[in-house]
Design a protein around this ligand. Structure first.
Ligand code: DGT
Length: 230
């Protein structure tokens, strides 16, 4: 009947709005995620989501990123709790664009950053459990599904140099050892696949390449990222 057709159409439109082809870009601090994301801004069919870092620097006037680096034990839970919220908002943001491109995800927040704080004993186990219960509930109840992961794989020494050159105030105290360990968290999750399950297939790109040449790397995978037949 006509009513049934209208219903089918409505739900088709709804699911299309709610479920764009979702690509997340992952990689160590300084791996070039922003450069990658910016490259895709020129495509009309891609919804490119702004870097959440700016939100973390200003939660009702509080720079949580800075607090976290100054005193991880005191602010780690607060910071990760807010990261999880901002990521959930981005994952569930509705768009009419067929492709959604996100910098990082609720998954790397949990599997790389929270996990590292837990392993280091910085995040007390009860705090980790609360974050984890939230995480599990969110994963089960909301649509945070991902279709493709781009892993910008880098060497810790190279991203360390980039981080120093970028000279972000909050990151001044981040040592090379931290980037090495964070690298391992990404490797275990996305490369050797020995820690947590991957929410989508992974394409690994050489993130060590200089800005001037990495565009050619992007181009090789453009059809995958834009979900188009090559
Ligand atoms: P890019 O463009 O590859 O250089 O990326 P970045 O370094 O601008 O962005 P990202 O997300 O790797 O790092 C943002 C800062 O937030 C960095 O200092 C690490 C810190 N951070 C701590 N915990 C988390 C977390 O759960 N998630 C994310 N994304 N960053 C966290």
């Amino acid at each position: 009947s006509l009513v049934k057709m209208a219903d089918t159409l409505t739900s088709a439109i709804k699911s299309n709005i709610a479920k764009p082809f979702t690509v997340i870009v992952e990689g160590n601090i300084g791996s070039g995620k922003t450069t990658f994301i910016n490259h895709f801004k020129k495509y009309d069919n891609v919804c490119v989501l702004a870097e959440p870092v700016d939100l973390w620097r200003n939660c009702a006037g509080h720079n949580l990123l800075s607090y976290m680096y100054q005193d991880k034990a005191r602010w780690g839970f607060t910071f990760q709790s807010y990261v999880q919220l901002t990521m959930l908002k981005l994952h569930t943001l509705e768009t009419t664009h067929p492709v959604k491109l996100m910098e990082r995800s609720i998954f790397s927040a949990r599997y790389c950053f929270v996990e590292k704080m837990l392993r280091d004993g910085i995040l007390p186990s009860p705090s980790g459990s609360v974050l984890n219960e939230w995480f599990k509930w969110v994963i089960a109840k909301s649509n945070v599904s991902v279709d493709l992961i781009i892993y910008l794989r880098t060497s810790p020494e190279i991203v360390y140099q980039r981080m120093l050159a970028r000279n972000r105030e909050e990151e001044k105290s981040v040592p090379l050892t931290f980037l090495k360990e964070l690298h391992e968290m990404h490797e275990e999750w996305l490369y050797t696949k020995t820690s947590f399950s991957c929410p989508a297939p992974v394409i690994t790109l050489n993130g060590d390449l200089d800005k001037s040449v990495i565009i050619d790397e992007y181009k090789k995978y453009e059809s995958h990222i834009l979900n188009k037949a090559p």
